[in-house]
Design a protein around this ligand. Structure first.
Ligand code: FAD
Length: 493
């Protein structure tokens, strides 16, 4: 008889863990509290406009292709395009810069727009490629909590490069030391937000994200971001995985240091193994109530949250691309507000994502679907209704100024999400988007392991545990779970 595995949550980390465990021979059931599959990667029609409700930046598509191959499907089962441009930047003084993907393209743009040295930029980006390749096999692809995982041949390559990582200075300090123009530095610093951190606190090591953003460039799945979780759902169904939506798990049952099953709002279920894709904080607080939790890990500073406006706009703007950033004038003050005073900054950096630029059906002819996001502090009881109203007025003004067009009357349909909604819809602690922030040199070591050290058979996948925030890392967390399960259940496969 097959051993049973239960996955709590159908986010990208839960779906990929389910697929991997099914391929190991487990009978897998996925429980999802929402009526839809996919967690934060879901999509919604608002009027005649389609919106991806959560993530918009997608890198490392090979991690999805790997799952497609694992399930024996053809490579075109998941289709995506590489975007020629990584992002369009709008600065407070009116300068607009389009950054294309590729080392020489970026170096050329930084030279023409900001006066940076072509060779220095290329050297920096190539170094980030090497750093990424060195760090990935020991920090991202394996468990940091089972020493034999990272103690492999790659570790020597990674150790030799330690002086090049910028471990003990911040991302901003690293970038200031290498580039002269504050605008170049602002563009590079922005990448700290890819896991909800501050560039003034996160270590320079995180500059490796530059490799994914600039050298490789972002990808866009055909059908929008939701195609990522739709693909994984289809793969899971083809393997015979059972899905139980609208059925929240309310406790994890365990005895004598071993899991025995779960209790949902409808029934109890036995299981040999459980993977929680729920925010790890809430897994302890709500599902393991009374069990001693790793407080030092859980109490680390949380990543930022977000306010998102989903706007159907009845006009097309040639000056906007798929990804657009309208920067704050004083970036450091914005991060101080987000992480220190936990306030919404008065001049927030605005991100506008428009899938209809490449997915024409996402908006009516002549119109665009704008996903307009500003970083927000986590929910500590602020007056969000008031904040959202003020923020809306402020960003409408700023976008209108940059585009030289009053946009208020162009907004045909609208929905809004704020940290309270992120918390209530996906159970993200205080609305934080990525669990713990990476706001210290040792943040990687303060993420929860992918397994429980105290309850056998309990595993964790998703952005709130090792290796951290973002779709590729959530996919890697499921790979690490697979390896731990193989070891713990003595499986050769
Ligand atoms: C506005 C926004 C923008 C983002 N932008 C990006 C981006 O551009 N790029 C990027 O890589 N990442 C981005 N992220 C983060 C992104 O969402 C994650 O990288 C990824 O989707 C998270 O996947 P996950 O597997 O950790 O879990 P989630 O997507 O959080 O899924 C967890 C699932 O568990 C379910 N669940 C929770 N508790 C229970 C329970 N008790 N019982 C049953 N089910 C339960 C939830 O309903 C949810 O479906 C963004 C997030 C937000 C909110």
């Amino acid at each position: 008889m097959k051993k049973k595995a239960i996955i709590i949550g159908s986010g990208v980390g839960g779906l990929s863990a389910g697929i991997r465990l099914s391929k190991l021979g487990f009978e897998v059931t996925v429980f999802e509290s929402n009526p839809f599959i996919g967690g934060k990667i879901n999509s919604k029609m608002i009027g005649s406009y389609r919106f991806d409700m959560g993530p918009s930046v997608f890198t490392e598509p090979h991690l999805i292709e790997e799952l497609v191959a694992l399930c024996g499907e053809k490579s075109d089962f998941f289709k995506y395009r590489r975007l020629e441009e990584s992002c369009r930047y709008f600065f407070h003084d009116g300068q607009q810069v389009i950054v294309k993907s590729g080392v020489s393209e970026v170096a050329q743009t930084f030279q023409e727009a900001f006066g940076e040295d072509l060779v220095k930029t290329s050297r920096f980006l190539n170094r980030m490629k090497k750093n990424y390749a060195a760090v990935s096999p020991i920090f991202i692809q394996v468990s940091l909590h089972r020493f034999w995982h990272w103690f492999n041949r790659s570790i020597w390559k990674a150790l030799i490069r330690i002086p090049k990582y910028g471990l003990f200075s911040s991302m901003n300090q690293n970038n200031e030391a290498k580039f002269k123009n504050p605008k170049t530095i602002q563009i590079l610093n922005r990448l700290a937000t890819y896991n909800g951190s501050s560039p003034y606190k996160t270590p320079g090591m995180l500059n490796i994200i530059s490799h994914l953003e600039f050298n490789e460039g972002p990808a866009m799945p055909h059908g929008g971001m939701v195609a990522i979780t739709k693909t994984l759902h289809q793969l899971a169904q083809s393997l015979g995985i059972t899905f139980r939506t609208n059925e929240p798990i309310i406790s994890i049952n365990h005895s004598n240091g071993k899991v025995s099953g779960v209790k949902s709002t409808l029934a109890s279920y036995e299981s040999d193994l459980i993977v929680s894709n729920m925010d790890v904080h809430y897994t302890y607080e709500k599902l393991l109530n009374g069990f001693s939790s790793p407080t030092k890990i859980l109490n680390q500073e949380k990543s930022s949250s977000a306010i998102v406006f989903y706007w159907g706009v009845k006009k097309q703007f040639d000056s906007l691309g798929v990804h657009n950033i309208l920067f704050a004038e004083n970036y450091e003050s914005e991060f101080n507000a987000l992480f220190e005073s936990k306030e919404m900054y008065s001049d927030p950096t605005i991100y506008i994502h428009i899938t209809s630029k490449v997915e024409e059906k996402d908006a009516p002819i002549g119109c665009e679907n704008w996903f307009v996001m500003v970083n927000a502090p986590i929910n500590v009881g602020q007056n969000w209704d008031e904040i959202v109203t003020k923020t809306r007025a402020c960003i409408i003004q700023k976008i209108s100024n940059h585009l030289n067009t009053s946009i208020e009357d162009l907004i045909e349909v609208e929905e809004v999400s704020d940290p309270r909604k992120i918390e209530s819809t996906y159970f993200g602690k205080q609305g934080s988007v990525y669990g713990n922030a990476s706001n210290s040199a040792f943040a990687a070591f303060y993420r929860h392991p992918n397994f429980s050290k105290k309850i056998k058979g309990l595993y964790f996948s998703g952005v709130t545990v090792h290796p951290g925030g973002g779709i590729p890392l959530a996919l890697n967390s499921a790979k690490i779970v697979e390896r731990c399960v193989k070891e713990d259940f003595d499986l050769k496969n």
